[in-house]
Design a protein around this ligand. Structure first.
Ligand code: BMA
Length: 299
């Protein structure tokens, strides 16, 4: 059994805005959160200075978006992330909103965690660590009494645990790239990383993740983790569920990229928001029952 996400007819949904210098070139890698009957999008944006900032848009249906004129998060003078703030992943947790984002500074990337009560004003909590790392995202609830986070020390997906969201330990590799010849198109043979927050189901956590092989094509799939011990992978299909095929996914700022920071369940549908070629934001969907079946026993 395989799964193919279906592109939404209105996709792509969000374009760069030439009237806003900070988002005039690329909008991509968006988090989407459903809260109080609205959809809230946090997206990475670049203008011609190529500095990444995080913009905010709101929507009643998750398809047509109204965006704020100014970014909600941006590097400041004197901050160590002065080269950009990238790839937001937002997790509702204990009544607050946590944003995992990549801070880009003098010494490279490091993974930051920020918090907000209103989705607009964000305050940094602490970095997960100060070394090169990205693709980090919090689980939406504590597991066995501890906070849990996925992250990527290249080329693996790791998990770590914390009592206070500041000090993280028990770092463990849970998924690694697969050897060439063992997955469809060798799609995940070089590097992998987590997408949006893991989704709880009765059968386990759905971990949506991206990967690429020697051709450097970013594709996507999903794996199933044990609910109580998410270091245990219950099933990992070998096939991918979406790959770049549309012109806007093949050609943009970085070619051949489908990259996602948002996989949410709305009613009985998976909404998989993603960016094409680091330039535009679109949407693909699937019946959620098909996603869970594939994660449990897909090819
Ligand atoms: C990854 C991240 C993403 C980007 C992707 C494709 O390493 O930096 O922000 O979308 O590469 O260029």
């Amino acid at each position: 059994m395989r799964l193919q996400l279906q592109r939404h007819a209105q996709s792509p949904l969000l374009y760069p805005n030439p009237q806003h210098p900070w988002e005039s070139l690329n909008v991509f890698n968006a988090a989407v959160t459903e809260h109080n009957g609205l959809f809230h999008m946090h997206y990475r944006a670049q203008g011609v200075d190529f500095v990444s900032r995080i913009g905010y848009a709101v929507s009643g249906n998750g398809l047509t978006w109204n965006r704020l004129e100014h970014p909600v998060l941006q590097p400041h003078d004197g901050r160590s992330d002065y080269r950009g703030v990238e790839d937001p992943r937002v997790t509702p947790l204990e009544g607050r909103f946590y944003m995992c984002y990549t801070a880009y500074g003098e010494t490279g990337n490091y993974p930051m965690i920020a918090v907000s009560d209103n989705l607009i004003m964000w305050e940094d909590v602490a970095p997960l660590e100060r070394t090169e790392n990205k693709d980090h995202v919090l689980f939406p609830e504590k597991i066995n009494g501890r906070y849990a986070i996925l992250h990527r020390r290249r080329p693996h997906i790791w998990i770590a645990f914390s009592d206070d969201l500041i000090h993280w330990d028990d770092h463990t590799i849970i998924l690694s790239p697969r050897e060439a010849g063992t997955s469809q198109d060798n799609w995940d043979s070089k590097s992998i990383g987590a997408n949006g927050g893991p989704v709880r189901t009765d059968d386990g956590w759905l971990l949506f993740y991206h990967g690429y092989g020697s051709e450097h094509i970013y594709r996507q799939s999903v794996a199933l983790l044990d609910l109580n011990d998410p270091t245990r992978v219950l099933h990992r299909p070998t096939t991918h569920i979406i790959e770049p095929t549309e012109t806007w996914e093949l050609r943009g700022d970085v070619p051949n990229v489908i990259f996602s920071c948002a996989n949410i369940v709305v009613g009985d549908e998976l909404r998989f928001y993603y960016a094409g070629s680091d330039r535009l934001i679109g949407l693909a969907t699937a019946p959620f029952a098909d996603v869970t079946a594939f994660a449990k026993r897909g090819e």
